[in-house]
Design a protein. Sequence first.
Length: 286
Amino acid sequence: MRLVASTEPDMATYSDQFLGLKTIFEQAKFPFWALVREQTVLGLIVAAKEPRDLLQPASTTFIQVYLFRHEPDAVTRILREADTIAAQQQAVYLNCVVSADKQETIYSLENASFSVYDETVKMGVPLQDVTPPPTELTFTRTSPDETSLVLHNLETMMANTPGRLLHTVVYNFRHLPPDKLESTLSQMEVILVKDKASTVGVISLEGPTIGMLGVHPNLRGKGYGRKMTQWAKNHLAEQGHFRAWLRVSVANIPARHIFETEGFKVSEQMKYYIKTNPTLWHPIPE
């Protein structure tokens, strides 16, 4: 096994094995390294910058580890190399997302002082037979100049939502500098949901993915989440999508129950592992 840097000429020999990721890294000007054995890429190490993951403030350097093979020796080697690169890059944290059924890899991560930041399930539902749901609610897309309104509602509606990952993302979303915030919002469709004159929830959509779906903390358990989910499915179907996707924390049992009864099925369960540099990490308020 050997590590090949993105600046080395022979990286071209291996890059067709992760071409989509390579394009993203190069466009963002992120340096990256491939761990290879003979002609096979075993994994990648990327020195990325926030707000890619929104776990820390903008411009923070962090290390993202991608595992393509899960042989214990390869995992151990790439985690060791990631530690070295993290020190060189002054990275605030390292993270690695791994399937919950990869027990040997999970053991290697925990043995290397990574800990679970959150655990999520990806859920999907077909949209071929979706029909518009009857509802008294109104759904209004926000305009680009309503940034303050969007931020206020995201914070309010997602407050106390189970799942550390979502809580952290929403918190750091608020603290993005104006240019980064505008860029991030431009990729989202944010819908404010009202019952008569009162705003009761918010939905964010990115392509066929429901990014956030939150109900005001004082109004949960009254059926709004189900009506919003039904509307989102129909809205995505009208846009021509054949399947809707979302990701929800394993800890968010009420939301999972709604999604499951609305036809969403789990396609994967992932653990988000993180290893922080305590001298550089910015604590997230609980």
